[in-house]
Ligand binder design. Structure first.
Ligand code: G4P
Length: 524
C-alpha cells in the first residue's frame, strides 16, 4: 500500500505559460495525448474558445463552461500523477491567470522560435518570479524558419533575466530541421513529421556514424555547434532550476508531436514535488497528515438558473477523502464535503481521495471566496494570493435605475469571484470596475445581464492605475478627506487610491510619505 508520502511524491502540478499563438493549446493537447489521457489529437483544440470571443456572447458562455472542465487536467504518466492547470488563453489578460500560477509548483514556458520572447510571456514570468517558480522552457515551431537558437537563449537570458541551460539542441530548422541532440543523455532523436510520435529514429552518441548517414553534412555542423554550446552555455543545475534562477531549455515542434515526450519526461524527472506553502502563522509542508488547502479560483457554473459555483482548491497538505468534514476558516464553519470534483482530462468525477498537489473542486452557492482556507480544524490563512492593480477602469451605468440593488449585488458577487474588481469612491455613488484585461468587462456585462437580469453600460472612467493604501487611521482619514473622489473602498472594504495619471499619483505619494501605495494586495 502506498503511503501518504509516496502519493505526494508522485504529484507534479504545473501550468503552461506563453504568449497567445505560441502553441500552448497544441502543446497541452499533445501532453495529454502522450500521457494517454486523450485518444485523439484535436480534442483540446476543438474546445479552444474562438479567438474572437470578445464579440461573441455565445462563445463567451461556452468558454466559461468549457473552462470548468478544462482548467485543471489530471492524468497519470509513468508512475506519476500530473496536474496540468490551464491558464486562460484569451488574447487578453486576466487576473485568473495570475491566481492560477499561485496554485502550481512549476511552469512550462512556451516560446515561439519565430517570435522569441513576447509581451505576455514577460508579464507571466514576472508573476512566476514572485514565488521563484521553477520554469522549464519549450522552444516551439522548430519546423519553421525562426531565430537562431543561440540568439533565442540570449534573448531569454537578457529579457527574462534567467540563465538558460539547453538540455536538447536543434539540428537545423525550418525545411532543414532534422531533430534534436540531447546534451545530457548524448542521444539524437530524428524528426519526421509523418512518424506517429514525430520521431523516426533514436540513436546513441554524437559520434555515431549513423548520424552522418542520416543527415550528411549537417552532422559535422551539429558536432561543431555542440562543442560551442557546451562551452558557451550553462550546464543544467537542478538547484538553480528549483530556485527559479535557471531554466532548462527543450526544442521541438508541438504540432508535430516532436520534443513533447522529452518535455513531459523532464516535468516528471526535474520538476518539484508539491512544495510547502506559507500561511500567516507557519509554513505548511505537504507531508503533514492533516488536510489543508486554499481557493485560487472560483468558477460560476454553466447553468445560470442555479447560482452554484465551483471553488478550486489546491490541496497543500495531507489527504482529502470523500465525506470529510473540513473547516471553512473564513466563516468558522464545518462542512461535510461529499461532492468534491476531480478534473480529469475529459471528465469530471466525484473525488474519493486527493493528495497534496492535487486540485479539487467544491461546489457551493457563493459562500466560498477567493483565498479562503480549508483545514481539519486549525485556523490557518495561506498567503500569497494576490489582487493586482487594475490597468483598465469603467464606470457602471444602469440602463434601468430600478435595478440598482441587483447591480450592486451582482458586482459585489462577481468581484468576490474575481471576475473584476469593484471600487466605490468615498465622495460619489459611482460603482467603478477595475480589471487587468479588458475582456473581463465583457464577461461582467454579459453575466450581469444573464445571471442578475441587469442591463448595464460601461462608461470610461478617468483613472490610469490604482494603489492599495496602507497607513495609520489618521493618515488614511486625512487622504480620504483631501482626495475623496480618488480614494475608494474595494470589495473587501480596503482603501484604494484611484490615480487619474502618474503625476497625480506621484504627488499624492509625496504628500503622504507615511502611507504605503501598494501595487498588489493579498486577498484576505
Ligand atoms: P496558443 O494556445 O498558445 O494560442 O497557440 P495554439 O496552440 O493555438 O497554436 C497557435 C498556432 O500555432 C496554431 O495554428 C497551431 O497549429 C500552430 N502551431 C503550434 N505548434 C506548432 C509547431 O510546432 N509548428 C508550427 N508550424 N505551427 C505550430 P493556427 O493556424 O492558428 O491554428 P490551426 O489552423 O492550426 O488550428
Amino acid at each position: 500500500m502506498s503511503t501518504l508520502h509516496d502519493e505526494i511524491q508522485r504529484r507534479r502540478t504545473f501550468a503552461i505559460i506563453s504568449h497567445p499563438d505560441a502553441g500552448k493549446t497544441t502543446l497541452t493537447e499533445k501532453l495529454l495525448w502522450f500521457g494517454g489521457a486523450i485518444q485523439m489529437a484535436g480534442a483540446v483544440r476543438a474546445r479552444k474558445a474562438g479567438k474572437h470571443a470578445t464579440s461573441d456572447w455565445m462563445e463567451l458562455e461556452k468558454q466559461r463552461g468549457i473552462s470548468v472542465t478544462s482548467s485543471v487536467m489530471q492524468f497519470p504518466y509513468r508512475d506519476c500523477i500530473i496536474n496540468l492547470l490551464d491558464t486562460p488563453g484569451h488574447d487578453d489578460f486576466s487576473e485568473d491567470t495570475y491566481r492560477t500560477l499561485t496554485a502550481v509548483d512549476s511552469a512550462v514556458m512556451v516560446i515561439d522560435s519565430v517570435n522569441g520572447v513576447e509581451a505576455q510571456t514577460i508579464k507571466l514570468l514576472n508573476v512566476c518570479r514572485m514565488r521563484d517558480t521553477p520554469i522549464v522552457t519549450f522552444v516551439n515551431k522548430l519546423d519553421r524558419e525562426g531565430k537562431a537558437p543561440i540568439d533565442l537563449l540570449d534573448e531569454i537570458e537578457s529579457v527574462l533575466g534567467m540563465q538558460c541551460a539547453p538540455v536538447t539542441w536543434p539540428i537545423g530548422m525550418g525545411k532543414t530541421f532534422r531533430g534534436v541532440y540531447h546534451l545530457v543523455n548524448d542521444t539524437i532523436a530524428f524528426f519526421d513529421p509523418h512518424a506517429e510520435k514525430g520521431t523516426s529514429e533514436m540513436i546513441q552518441g554524437i559520434d555515431n556514424p549513423r548520424l552522418d548517414e542520416l543527415i550528411g553534412h549537417q552532422a559535422a555542423e551539429l558536432r561543431m555547434d555542440i562543442e560551442l554550446v557546451r562551452g558557451a552555455s550553462h550546464t543544467f543545475d537542478k538547484e538553480a532550476y528549483l530556485s527559479g534562477k535557471q531554466t532548462p531549455v527543450f526544442f521541438g515542434s508541438a504540432v508535430n508531436n516532436f520534443g513533447v515526450q522529452s518535455l513531459l519526461d523532464a516535468v516528471v524527472d526535474l520538476s518539484p514535488t508539491p512544495l510547502s506553502r506559507k500561511t500567516v502563522t507557519r509554513e505548511v509542508t505537504p507531508d503533514e497528515p492533516k488536510f489543508t488547502g486554499f481557493v485560487f479560483k472560483i468558477q460560476a457554473n454553466m447553468d445560470p438558473k442555479h447560482r452554484d459555483r465551483i471553488a478550486f482548491v489546491r490541496v497543500c497538505s495531507g489527504k482529502f477523502e470523500r465525506g470529510m468534514k473540513l473547516k471553512h476558516v473564513a466563516v468558522d464553519k464545518q462542512i461535510a464535503v461529499n461532492n468534491a470534483i476531480t478534473f480529469m482530462a475529459q471528465d469530471r468525477n466525484t473525488t474519493d481521495e486527493a493528495y497534496a498537489g492535487d486540485i479539487i473542486g467544491i461546489p457551493n452557492h457563493g459562500t466560498i471566496k477567493l483565498g479562503d482556507t480549508f483545514t481539519e480544524g486549525e485556523d490557518l490563512k495561506f498567503t500569497g494570493i494576490p489582487s493586482f492593480a487594475p490597468e483598465h477602469f469603467r464606470r457602471a451605468r444602469l440602463k434601468n435605475p430600478l435595478k440598482m440593488k441587483q447591480l450592486q449585488k451582482g458586482l459585489q458577487q462577481l468581484a468576490e469571484e474575481g471576475a473584476s474588481q469593484l471600487f466605490r469612491p468615498l465622495a460619489s455613488n459611482d460603482l467603478i470596475l477595475g480589471a487587468v484585461g479588458t475582456l473581463q468587462f465583457d464577461v461582467v456585462a454579459h453575466r450581469l445581464e444573464f445571471e442578475y437580469g441587469v442591463d448595464v453600460a460601461f462608461e470610461s472612467f478617468d483613472c490610469s492605475t490604482a494603489r492599495w493604501l496602507r497607513g495609520s487611521d489618521a493618515d488614511l482619514k486625512s487622504i480620504a478627506d483631501k482626495y475623496g473622489y480618488n480614494v475608494a473602498l474595494d470589495g473587501a472594504e480596503d482603501y484604494v487610491y484611484l490615480a487619474p495619471n502618474r503625476v497625480n499619483l506621484a504627488m499624492a505619494q509625496e504628500r503622504y510619505p507615511d502611507i504605503q501605495f501598494l501595487e498588489t494586495r493579498e486577498i484576505s
